[in-house]
Design a protein around this ligand. Sequence first.
Ligand SMILES: Cc1ncc(COP(=O)(O)O)c(C=O)c1O
Length: 406
Amino acid sequence: MNLQRSSQPVVPAPPRLARRMSRMAASAVREILKVAERPDILSFAGGLPAPELFPVRELAAAVDDVLRREGPAALQYSVTEGFHPLREWVAARLTRQGARVTAEQVLITCGAQQGIELVGKTLLDPGDRVAVESPSYLAALQCFGGYEATFLPIGSDDQGFQVDDLERAIAKGKVPKLIYVVAEFHNPKGTTLSAERRERLMALARAHRIAILEDNPYGELRFTGSAPPSLLSMDDTGLVIHLGTFSKTLAPGLRLGWLVAPPELHRAATVAKQASDLHSPTLNQRAAARLLESFDYDGHLGRIRQAYGERCLAMQGALARHLPEGTKWTRPEGGLFLWASLPRGLKADDLFADALREKVAFVPGSAFFPAEKRHEFLRLNFSNRSPERIEEGIARLGNVVRQHLT
Ligand SMILES: Cc1ncc(COP(=O)(O)O)c(C=O)c1O
């Protein structure tokens, strides 16, 4: 008998992954972001808010105050629905902005991302159709894909979601169960859905009893123009689920957002959240509520809007100066991103490696398409760099594009 052991370590076969994971392929963007965040790269790839605008001092004071005054409660388990004063704050703010919302309709989530996940979990059966703008926010596509949804890609132009495209699909019998929209400063395009399209979208949803998920992480970051009414404020039949977040206004590391839904859906989402994480972090919720009581939130938002407005203009000016003729871009009224298209058949994916060599990064737009990919687009983030760095980075990008044109 040969008792000698093989020198090769035995590697156990990993467990077979659930079927849904094949619909959640690790996104290429995740890999891109890892490279792009190298310190030597001037990156416009991520979706990071400007860290110098985080209210660090004020938040430290709020955390300190909460821990001193109500430490044990702040460190204890808490209810799934969320800290009531914070729910009241969200309801009051949304009501001031034109929707009628009570604290009971608000569920505090771990960011808007968890809201997307909870809606997928509570509404979607395998094969259910979800209408999504083409392109769309990637992590929403991943989430709905994970629940084995069938995508109904809807065209997109300078005003975002093309409602007439959805009308045509519905007329052909393709009625979605859910419509996913980022109406304000879309990710990746930076576009805003016009008031007229909002009306038509609501009318379609009412006529066919389709739920709408209004994902609104950027609405508070409007630096120009005036806001059309939110879909939530236009809803009189309980079809709109609305998501918001403190990620872009206070800090994404807090992982605090909210879901507003009609009672039955709110209950279902609360049960689903309980099964997934019990509740959002108690200390963070209490600290955010204390901070909002004690500091000038609107003044703080004003500073963010001003900085992002300047950065957005700086990026548009730099694009005009450094990119060759035929390059086009959106003109966002707020948010974090703009969306550029390259001239003469150039593919953003082909530029990426050379851009890294020039020490500049972006996200190739193809990643954001739910079905047929298009390759001429790139997503550029303007919130995370100063106007000077934006000028420098876009000049580098211009060099890369020119090299590829010749
Ligand atoms: C459209 C959209 N929805 C949701 C999120 C997730 O935000 P949060 O940090 O609140 O989870 C993002 C983040 O970039 C986003 O762009």
